[in-house]
Design a protein around this ligand. Structure first.
Ligand code: MTE
Length: 427
């Protein structure tokens, strides 16, 4: 027997409330069709074999810069309320529940800026590397583009993402509104280590200070070890030049680390002996503990996952077979495992992980579910290749208290009612 063949056993639930074996997906859908699960409940019978209107006349020709279908114009970034503290301290989130796969289209990448998006002429822009180096250097964009480039797929997640899960009651909102300060792209740029090697790092230097060219002068201190490990000076995002809102003409990428460290519109890197204690690492982006003390300089984003389908606003249409689809990621490495529960965490079934599973990138997971039409509570729980497991909300609050809003990586629960509607609940 081929190992992709479906047995009767595979059609038996493997966890409470109708979760089926992930082998149904590993067998490339053949099992689902063979078992009649899909055709019985999803597709409709043939009604007409007439030629559609689109076949009567030729359509418009090529366009200089592509647009999506007019029928998809409702899929947009989700505006965040202006915090009011500083003019243009705002942003917009990715509509995660309306997207699939692992890469975020550039137009829908979340954006977070402290004083708006600067308009920077690449011909005038320079990157300065100075401080504890043998030779201070200044790079134009043309000069940077002559260094060896590398492309890597990585997520960017704001450390404040999902912060409402630490609030007093579950906010009724979509997956994008709750968790959309998260996006994933293929980034292309120059290794920061290449430029630092060329400048010649003084052995006294242990940190870098990175500064943006926006009017907030957003800046962060980052350990030199990270800068020399996998940090990139990015010029391209998903094959085209970085968008203005994401840092044009160049940004720093510190893969897997708090979004705030990925300094956009980067203009200066100074090599220093210790952290500089900038505004964004003292007044903000620290993890408040129940004792009132705070952890400072917590960099990697911990293992996390969410189910994007079904989720609030994406209602199910009657009992039958459904694919549960979601995203998992970890700032510490690769996703090793994602488990799904349909009974609020009482029992779990392993999800199928879609290849490629990349380090510090979004992994798409899928699980087959035969919904019986009754109430259910869906959850996903991710484990990364360092062995870290996504905590329950109760466990995270027990460790850190319920006041902090940064690095909230606890399990998200969606309650499904008998109409097939999903709601945010604290389970
Ligand atoms: N860099 C500068 N110069 N100015 C900023 O306001 N915002 C930071 C970071 N880099 C910011 C910045 C924050 S808080 C986050 S979460 C990420 O950029 C967001 O990156 P994105 O807008 O490309 O999604």
């Amino acid at each position: 027997m081929r190992d992709t063949e479906i047995t009767a056993e595979d059609l038996q639930p493997v966890a409470g409330n109708g979760l089926l074996h992930r082998r149904l997906f590993l067998a490339q859908g053949a099992g689902l069709l063979g078992a009649g699960l899909m055709t019985a409940s999803v597709a409709s019978a043939v009604s007409s074999a007439d030629f559609p209107d689109s076949m009567r006349l030729p359509g418009p020709g090529a366009s200089p810069y592509g647009e999506r279908s007019r029928f998809e114009s409702g899929v947009v970034r989700l505006a965040r309320p202006d915090t009011g503290a500083v003019p243009a301290s705002t942003g917009a989130q990715s509509p995660l529940d309306r997207l699939e796969g692992t890469i975020t289209p550039n137009s829908l990448h979340f954006e977070r800026h402290h004083t708006g998006v600067p308009d920077i002429d690449p011909g005038q822009h320079r990157l300065l590397i100075h401080g504890l180096v043998r030779r201070p250097l200044e790079f134009s964009l043309d000069a940077l583009a002559r260094y060896p480039l590398v492309s890597r797929v990585h997520f960017v997640e704001c450390s404040g993402n999902s912060g409402s899960l630490n609030g007093p009651k579950p906010l009724q909102a979509t997956a994008g509104q709750l968790h959309g300060l998260l996006s994933c792209s293929e980034w292309t740029g120059v290794r920061l280590s290449t430029l630092l090697d060329e400048a010649g790092v003084d052995p006294r230097a242990k940190w870098i200070y990175a500064e943006g060219a926006d009017s907030s002068g957003m800046s962060r201190s980052i350990p030199l070890a990270k800068a020399m490990d996998d940090a990139l000076i990015c010029l391209y995002q998903n094959g085209e030049k970085i968008r203005p809102e994401n840092g044009y003409p160049l940004r720093l990428l510190a893969p897997g680390w708090s979004g705030n460290l990925n300094v956009k519109w980067l203009r200066r890197i100074k090599l220093v002996e210790g952290p500089v204690m900038t505004r964004d690492e003292t007044s903000k982006y620290t993890i408040l503990l129940p004792t009132g003390k705070a952890w400072q300089f917590v960099f990697p984003l911990e293992v996390k996952s969410i189910i994007t389908r079904p989720s609030p606003g994406l209602n199910m249409k009657g009992p039958g077979f459904y694919e549960i689809s979601g995203m998992a990621w970890s700032g510490n490495g690769k996703i090793a495992k994602v488990e799904i529960s349909a009974d609020g965490g009482k029992s779990w079934a392993p999800a199928a992980l879609q290849e490629p599973v990349l380090s510090k990138a979004i992994t798409r997971f899928r699980a087959p579910w035969n919904w019986d039409g009754g109430p259910a509570v869906l959850q996903s729980r991710a484990t990364d290749d360092t062995g870290m497991v996504q905590p329950t909300r109760a466990a995270l609050i027990a460790e850190r208290g319920a006041r902090g809003q940064y690095h909230v990586n606890c399990i998200q629960s969606w309650a499904i009612n008998d109409k097939g509607e999903a709601a945010n609940v604290f389970a």
